[in-house]
Design a protein around this ligand. Structure first.
Ligand SMILES: *Cc1c(COP(=O)(O)O)cnc(C)c1O
Length: 414
């Protein structure tokens, strides 16, 4: 049987749990509920997974847009939001966009991803990572993750590329498909930084352009360097469920002046700056963040440090609560980086325990979600090239995310 069939088989027909397995899963669920309730008391619920926290100057700044009529795609708040983002991340340039998916799309186009190219992406990520590749007419090539940081596994990637890849001049060719493998998109899953030192080293060796999907990792760093600054371009999301929100929104960061100019051009309908109004010199995109969203974003960024501190405390409480648990581990940030702790997560030894815990926690008012389904299991991506994806399968079947919002602050014990 091919490993595709094996993996599908494992997902679709888990060992039918006997009465004993049922009892074990039930026991773990009772234990997990008790541990979670030492962090968030049962009387304080229900606890949402990650609700937006509209605080600080949000009302004042948004009202300014309403009062002045500057609600759309031009305005002072957009410029201010970009300046604040550049400041926080340390990047030379920040360009605000309508959402994180658009940011990824613009990034890939700008570094020259072409129809028919392959782009390495983890199968374990939100679907937008692969969709942005598809929007370019390119093909996602799925690679596996490691458990410590939940990012692309550098060792597995290196072995896979040694097996299927062939460097010709300064391009990497997939020997099995004949396509150019142009780029790689590491994702900082649930806020934990991927192992960027190792991944960038591999990217250099194989002539891969690195675009970081930092949608979930505002505030996450490795040795003081903000995520999104290791690759050529980093893409962020400010959707309602992310660490800070603009309602819907995103941004691109880069240190490269030329790329920044191109990104800004492409995301603002490619309008020329030659004084003639309404002249456009290529097929651009209407991807600019509206001023009203940016106003909310400025207020949100002002309280980012507070949000990060609360989330860090919550993560440490969960870690302590699960320190001596069996059958399950709390997924603390990796040794190589600092996480914004966007979503706190548990990983179980087996799927029946995870499924039982999901049911029990949700019934008790703790909103939890299973980890993403693997992208290579979805029908539009089932035929894409891929590496062995054993860890991805395990994560998807055995992981869940816990209530993690900064708004849980007053409810946190201690
Ligand atoms: C949220 C998210 C995106 C997309 O961002 P939107 O603003 O929702 O378009 C992309 N990648 C990852 C990993 C995300 O979590």
């Amino acid at each position: 049987m091919s490993d595709a069939l094996l993996e599908a088989g494992e997902r679709l027909t888990p060992n039918t749990p006997g009465a004993n397995a049922d009892a074990i899963a039930q026991g773990i669920a009772t234990d997990v509920l008790a541990r979670v309730s030492t962090v968030l008391p049962r009387t304080g619920g229900p606890y949402p997974l990650h609700a937006p926290e509209i605080d600080g100057n949000a009302w004042r700044y948004v009202k300014d847009c309403l009062d002045t009529g500057w609600v759309s795609s031009v305005g002072a708040w957009v410029d201010r939001f970009e300046d604040m983002l550049a400041d926080i991340t340390g990047a030379r340039h920040a360009i605000a966009t309508v959402n994180g998916t658009a940011a990824l799309h613009a990034a890939l186009l700008t570094v020259g991803v072409k129809p028919g190219d392959e782009v390495l992406v983890p199968s374990f990520t939100f679907v937008a990572t692969a969709n942005a590749v598809s929007y370019c007419g390119a093909i996602p090539h799925f690679v596996d993750c490691e458990i410590e940081g939940l990012g692309i596994d550098p060792a597995a990637l290196d072995a896979h590329l040694a097996w299927i890849g062939e460097v010709q001049g300064d391009t990497l060719i997939n020997r099995q498909t004949g396509a150019v493998i142009r780029a790689m998109i590491p994702v900082h899953c649930y806020g934990h930084p991927a192992d960027m030192a190792a991944l960038c080293e591999i990217a250099n060796r194989y002539h891969l352009t690195v675009i970081e999907d930092s949608a979930e990792s505002l505030g996450s760093r490795i040795d003081e360097t903000h995520t999104g600054r290791f690759g050529r371009i980093g893409a962020f999301s400010f959707n309602g469920n992310k660490t800070i929100t603009t309602g819907g929104g995103g941004a691109l960061i880069t240190d490269d002046d030329l790329l920044a100019r191109r990104l800004r051009h492409l995301t603002t309908t490619a309008r020329t700056n030659d004084g003639a109004d309404l002249v456009h010199d290529m097929v651009g995109y209407n991807y600019r963040l509206p001023n009203i969203n940016a106003a909310l974003g400025c207020a949100q960024l002002e309280t980012l440090d507070h949000k990060l501190a609360v989330k860090r405390r919550l993560s440490l409480h969960y870690r302590d609560a699960f320190a001596d648990a069996t059958g399950v581990q709390y997924l603390s940030p990796p040794s190589w980086g600092e996480s914004n702790n966007w979503l706190c997560a548990l990983l179980f030894d087996d799927a029946p325990a995870r499924d039982q815990v999901l049911t029990s926690l949700n019934a008790a008012g703790y909103q939890c979600r299973p980890f993403w389904a693997p992208l290579h299991s979805m029908k539009m991506y089932a035929d894409c090239p891929r590496a062995s994806l054993a860890v991805t399968g395990h994560l998807s079947a055995c992981g869940l995310t816990l209530p993690s919002g900064a708004g849980l602050t007053s409810e946190i014990k201690r």
